[in-house]
Design a binder for this molecule. Structure first.
Ligand code: HEC
Ligand code: HEC
Ligand code: HEC
Ligand code: HEC
Length: 316
């Protein structure tokens, strides 16, 4: 997998200096610029984010008794300064590479879409300041999308990449974190999520202001929901396969195991229609998961999985 210098990896690099185990070399180049930068052009999305727990937790969480107990385990007193906690709980931003990062909030735009310093000016460039969206040739658009992705952008339609990224925090599956430390935190009371992509992304987090009606936060169609659900299950299976053997905590296993079982059941339900599901079940690797997600594009698998989808009133 290509190394993405998202916020988390950047903060993890700082953590690396503080002696925390890291999987990637410290070549931090991309950096996050903060949600206010996005708010210039994406006001509707910004407003949704402000209504989510990601935004609200920043003010509340560090003062919670559980936070104080847990932060002591990593030898710190304030979770807003403890690199392990910051990896998942907070966003930092800077204006220029040489600046010192400042804490700007809870998980924010770039926690999910990637640190933007190298893609911001690429992702909305249709070919120059005077070129309009309608004038951009399809090949140029493809090139723009690819260039931004290579610079670390996680595009909204790249649901596998998005799900994998949610899991790195919610599944406690980040390869950048020391599994032994995570196990200790879990045993000491840190919550373990039974993260399911539809339930977690279609409630307070949902922002889908797509053309033609860019003022409407659209619900997904049943076909879209079925694909998002299966994408989430594919990512969950891979995340569980990677993290479950490492995080030696009975409490973690008690959530991870049924999560893996549910993912297998969902993939099993479609493997007759999508052979790639069988391959993924046989070998839960990222490559097989991506091949599966590619294979379901454009398909309506709602008949096969509708009984497994979370009810809308349980969306977070
Ligand atoms: C100067 C204006 C501007 C700023 C600042 C900006 N964007 Fe965008 N963004 C755009 C435009 C215009 C598009 C539509 C691009 C297209 O047509 O493909 C876009 C598209 C996107 C998309 C894909 C939307 C889709 O339809 O799939 C995402 C995700 C995104 N921006 C995230 C961000 C984030 C995160 C930030 C802050 C780090 C940001 N943008 C800052 C103008 C901006
Ligand atoms: C929790 C992760 C998360 C956060 C935080 C987040 N996004 Fe997104 N974003 C997503 C997902 C998932 C989608 C894909 C939605 C879909 O395909 O239906 C998306 C889609 C988008 C889109 C395309 C849809 C649209 O509304 O035009 C834009 C633009 C965008 N995000 C910008 C932002 C901006 C700006 C912020 C911060 C204010 C932000 N996002 C915060 C996960 C996130
Ligand atoms: C791998 C990512 C990750 C790391 C590292 C992490 N957390 Fe969390 N934490 C989460 C997620 C995700 C949740 C939300 C779980 C949920 O909603 O069930 C959470 C929830 C919490 C909660 C409960 C919040 C509430 O609203 O009641 C506390 C307290 C907390 N974390 C403290 C910490 C502290 C302190 C550290 C550092 C020692 C830390 N966390 C490290 C991901 C992480
Ligand atoms: C950078 C780490 C990070 C990423 C990436 C991330 N989250 Fe979160 N998320 C958290 C933390 C930490 C909390 C808990 C905050 C608290 O309790 O104070 C949280 C809380 C939430 C909650 C509220 C849960 C509840 O029980 O109220 C939802 C919903 C959520 N996240 C959805 C998502 C989705 C969907 C994605 C991916 C599209 C995602 N998150 C990506 C760190 C992250």
């Amino acid at each position: 997998m290509q190394i993405r210098w998202t916020y988390r990896t950047l903060i993890a690099a700082i953590a690396g200096i503080a002696g925390i185990t890291l999987a990637s070399p410290a070549v931090a180049q991309s950096f996050a610029q903060g949600p206010e930068v996005c708010n210039e052009c994406h006001k509707a999305e910004f407003e949704v984010w402000q209504g989510s727990k990601h935004f609200k937790s920043f003010r509340e969480i560090a003062a919670k008794p559980l936070a104080k107990e847990l932060v002591a385990i990593v030898g710190a007193t304030d979770m807003r300064r403890a690199p392990v906690c910051m990896t998942c709980h907070f966003s930092e931003a800077r204006k220029a590479a040489a600046d010192r990062p400042r804490l700007v909030g809870g998980p924010s735009c770039e926690s999910c879409h990637g640190a933007s310093s190298d893609w911001l000016s690429v992702h909305n460039n249709y070919g120059g300041p005077t070129v309009k969206k309608e004038q951009e040739a399809p090949a140029a658009k493809q090139a723009r999308i690819q260039k931004a992705a290579q610079a670390g952008m996680i595009w909204s339609f790249d649901h596998y990449e998005i799900a994998e990224n949610c899991n790195s925090c919610h599944g406690l599956a980040s390869a950048k974190l020391d599994a032994a430390v995570m196990g200790k935190l879990v045993d000491a009371g840190h919550p373990v999520d039974d993260f399911e992509l539809v339930r977690y992304s279609q409630g307070t987090v949902r922002h889908r202001f797509y053309p033609p009606n860019v003022t409407q936060n659209a619900q997904m169609t049943p076909a879209e929901l079925s694909r998002l659900f299966l994408t989430g299950q594919a990512a969950a299976l891979v995340a569980v396969a990677q993290s479950a053997p490492k995080i030696q905590s009975a409490k973690f296993q008690a959530v991870a195991k049924p999560r893996g079982d549910k993912a297998r059941a969902a993939l099993d339900a479609v493997k007759g229609q999508v052979p790639e599901a069988g391959a993924l079940l046989g070998q839960p690797t990222e490559a097989n998961a991506k091949a599966f997600v590619k294979a379901i594009q454009g398909k309506d698998l709602s008949a096969a999985v509708s009984s497994m989808l979370p009810a809308p009133n349980t969306y977070k």
